[in-house]
Design a protein around this ligand. Structure first.
Ligand code: ZN
Length: 139
């Protein structure tokens, strides 16, 4: 057991922070999407779901993001496996468009460099540079 284990999940998430985006996503601020809780590494979407929606989330249950934004922890955008939640219309964009938007918005915060973003979005540095160069392109 670690020293964080007695601190409510809600408090741990708030201490690290997120950024509310125009489309309602809450983009997790730290570069890593994992937190060490109770001796195991856990995805922050799972932790957010446990903190704000369903504390009893089972280890075998998956949490998905209906907005398909891999950095989002907005509980309203999270669903449990088996829970029928359609993708809201505003998020029915291509994967490429979501990637472009996410990288540009995160870069604009000034919190991350190009190599940070490449790691965060799991794409090559050259791709991040290309997305940031083509600022005028339609999203
Ligand atoms: Zn979202």
């Amino acid at each position: 057991m670690g020293y964080l284990d007695n601190i409510p999940l809600d408090v741990l998430l708030r201490a690290r922070g997120w950024r509310v985006c125009n489309d309602g996503c809450w983009n997790w601020k730290p570069k890593s999407l994992q937190m060490m809780i109770g001796g195991t590494r856990q995805n922050v979407a799972r932790l957010a779901y446990k903190a704000w929606v369903w504390p009893e989330l089972g280890d075998n249950e998956q949490v998905r993001r209906v907005c398909q934004n891999r950095r989002c922890i907005n509980p309203e955008h999270l669903a449990r496996s088996g829970e029928a939640r359609p993708i809201p219309e505003q998020f029915q964009k291509t994967k490429e468009a979501r990637l472009n938007r996410g990288i540009r918005e995160d870069y604009a915060t000034g919190w991350y460099g190009v190599s940070d973003l490449a790691g965060m979005y799991r794409v090559p540095v050259a791709k991040v540079e290309k997305i940031l160069r083509n600022k005028g392109e339609e999203l």
